[in-house]
Ligand binder design. Structure first.
Ligand code: ZN
Length: 193
């Protein structure tokens, strides 16, 4: 099955609206110390969309406790940014999936399409092969997927979620499903402050 990203700014605005919802849920919470959470976004310069992104893409939403001595960070999951990766999450997923399957797309072709170089794409493949399967998120989430297929990650996920009927909605559901890995606790079992 052949997949691509939905064209046009509306797709990126749609993903932004999901991130705004996810951030809104966190904003209403209080820190475990009882302090209030203030917005303290991380600057970002995302790559790979091939088009002009809404200005909000210069930031990953994040919050910080306002109490001295605590200042704990709370970063909501994201459908736009995959952890600290520079490229947009949708691009990391799509390019990695296109390298898999019966007719993998050539690295050179993907580099020309999305701008990521050979080493970057190789790092993403390593991520899906080694880091992602070990994540606390995946150990729980894979049981929820009612599929007997052998998992080729992320290719199998892309094929499962993208039915090409409503590409925007399908991508939104896939990225929403994966969004726990965009936070430290979903990706690694290490507790970080
Ligand atoms: Zn606090």
């Amino acid at each position: 099955m052949y997949h691509e990203l939905p064209r046009g700014a509306s797709f990126w605005r749609f993903l932004l609206s999901i991130d705004q919802d996810l951030a809104g849920t966190v904003r209403q919470k209080v820190c475990s110390c009882g302090g209030r959470l203030h917005q303290a976004d991380y600057p970002r310069k995302p790559r790979g969309s091939g088009e002009k992104l809404p200005p909000e893409y210069r930031y990953r939403f994040s919050f910080c406790c306002d109490r001295d001595g605590c200042r704990k960070r709370v970063t909501p999951p994201s459908v736009r940014f995959l952890g600290r990766k520079v490229y947009l999450a949708a691009v990391v997923v799509l390019v990695s999936a296109m390298r898999q399957g019966p007719t993998p797309r050539r690295v050179r072709e993907l580099s020309e399409l999305f701008g990521a170089d050979r080493r970057t794409i190789a790092r993403w493949q390593l991520f899906w092969r080694e880091q992602f399967p070990q994540s606390p998120f995946w150990k729980v989430a894979r049981g929820r997927l009612l599929t007997a297929t052998v998992m080729l990650l992320p290719r199998t996920l892309v094929d499962l979620f993208l039915r090409n009927e409503e590409p925007c909605q399908d991508w939104g559901r896939l990225l929403r499903f994966l969004s726990p890995i965009t936070t430290t606790s979903g990706l690694s079992s290490e507790v970080s402050g």
